[in-house]
Design a protein around this ligand. Structure first.
Ligand code: 16G
Length: 245
């Protein structure tokens, strides 16, 4: 029994121990998507933990998206997110990708302004002394489900007014004749730290795909250096291969 057995007061906070047990039961399949979680008072009785402790564990799992609460009917194991296939060979924007799927995209701004560049941004964008960057950090999602964190940096010379970016960066660049026509992308695996995991509504340590995109104008000038974290449980990246010459 998931809820029986001793909780050890020497093994860290009790709510963390209960949280871990429930998360492991979901990961192992002992609890399945759609299953109901017993009522708080039952879990408290079976575990011997206080209802406050149980509520804290359940609340954390709800915040991570592992459990969902339905008013009046209880708490359930959340269904997995619907996986999205993303073509790797097309230079499209998040908004366009979602529109192509018949979906709405939604974004939450984390940062949108002019800043002094980091050393990595100076290198990637080939900035000179005193140059600034327009930084655009967003949580991108669809239908209320967060899917990716994108942190974009553009030379302030090309985007002196980052506040002008509305729903779509590429739409604004296009309107200004600054739409990139070529990009280079690197993808690597990354497990999510506490802050990024919370932004994406997944457990700490969940896997993500880290994508680094450098996009260029027709003349070869770099317009965008974007670092993104895409949820590993939500994305399949697909590319067509041809025979090497
Ligand atoms: C894509 C790009 C990102 C770009 C954004 C613009 C990746 C993997 N993808 O998500 O570089 O900044 O589209 O989207 O980095 P928007 O036009 O909807 O703002």
């Amino acid at each position: 029994d998931l809820f029986a057995g001793p909780f050890d007061s020497g093994a860290g906070p009790l709510y963390v121990q209960l949280h871990r047990r429930i998360a492991q039961a979901i990961a192992s399949g002992a609890l399945r998507p759609g299953d109901g979680l017993p009522p708080e008072r039952d879990i408290a009785a079976r575990t011997g933990l206080s209802r406050v402790t149980v509520r804290k564990s359940v609340g954390a799992l709800v915040a991570e998206g592992a459990l969902i609460q339905r008013r009046g009917s209880g708490t359930f194991i959340a269904p997995p997110v619907e996986r999205l296939e993303q073509a790797l060979s097309l230079l499209t924007s998040f908004t366009e990708d979602m529109a192509r799927r018949g979906r709405h995209s939604d974004s939450r701004w984390l940062a949108r302004g002019l800043h002094a560049p980091s050393p990595a941004e100076v290198m990637a964008l080939g900035l000179g002394a005193g140059d600034q960057v327009a930084r655009l950090d967003r949580v991108r999602g669809s239908d209320g489900v967060p899917l990716a964190i994108e942190r974009a940096a553009l030379p302030a010379q090309l985007l002196p007014d980052p506040q002008a970016v509305g729903d779509s960066l590429y739409a604004l660049l296009q309107a200004r004749d600054l739409r990139p026509v070529r990009a280079v992308q690197r993808i690597s695996a990354a497990s999510l730290g506490a802050e990024d995991a919370a932004l994406l509504g997944v457990p700490v340590g969940a896997v993500s795909l880290r994508i680094e995109r450098r996009s260029y104008l027709p003349g070869g000038r770099i317009v965008e250096y974007t670092r993104s974290l895409y949820r590993g449980d939500a994305y399949d990246f697909a590319v067509e291969l041809t025979l090497a010459p």
